[in-house]
Design a binder for this molecule. Structure first.
Ligand code: 5GP
Length: 189
């Protein structure tokens, strides 16, 4: 998506070679007009899939997921991160290793909000090693719902998550795919 790529080039900052900071428009300060354009793109990609739930993970996926849900006219569920060992009964859980914080979280979704009748689209801000997406997909599987695919804002295609999950059959649509990056700039696929 040209608009997102241009914005990454203009305002993105590369840290330590593999972290892209997009705090000024995506995951701290949020450009809602840009999110609206991204939502239209996700809608055109998944419009025929009868999506009735959008699933994301806290915190930085929530904004994009909410604006996307307006296009699909459906609710958003965000998986909650918890470090608590004793998780209350009625939840689906998965372990997710955080790429940016190096911590492993249990992520939980209440069983109340996902069922076999649901057709779920996962939305997230980044795809790197694929831990977040794998965890969310396993929650969808445990619930018996159908996973129609994942819409990702920025995929770092030089990291293994996208290839690994596509090889397992997951449909992943990324609006910007980064081939490589350094302090000198970002190159798209
Ligand atoms: P994965 O689980 O695919 O390794 O990483 C995805 C999650 O890590 C995303 O939900 C995102 O919050 C975070 N993340 C991964 N790479 C980056 C990055 O380069 N920049 C930022 N801001 N977040 C990232």
């Amino acid at each position: 998506m040209q608009l997102l790529e241009s914005r990454i080039i203009r305002d993105g900052k590369v840290k330590d070679g593999s972290i892209l900071k997009v705090d000024s428009f995506l995951n701290h300060q949020m450009d809602i007009e840009l999110f609206g354009e991204m939502a239209k793109e996700f809608y055109s990609l998944f419009a025929s899939e009868n999506v009735n739930k959008i699933l994301t993970i806290e915190a930085s996926g929530i904004g994009i997921a909410c604006i996307t849900a307006q296009a699909f006219h459906c609710p958003v569920i965000f998986a909650k991160k918890t470090k608590t060992k004793n998780i209350a009964g009625d939840v689906f859980t998965a372990k997710v290793e955080s790429f940016t914080h190096g911590v492993t979280y249990d992520v939980v979704v209440s069983k109340e909000f996902l069922s076999p009748d649901d057709r779920v689209l996962i939305i997230d801000d980044f795809l790197a090693n694929g831990a977040a997406l794998s965890g969310l997909a396993s929650i969808v599987k445990d619930s018996g719902a159908t996973l129609v695919g994942a819409g990702i804002a920025i995929e770092k295609a030089f990291q293994p998550g996208g290839q690994m999950l596509r090889e397992k059959g997951m449909r992943i649509e990324s609006l910007a795919r980064i081939k490589g990056m350094s302090e000198n700039g970002v190159e798209f696929c």
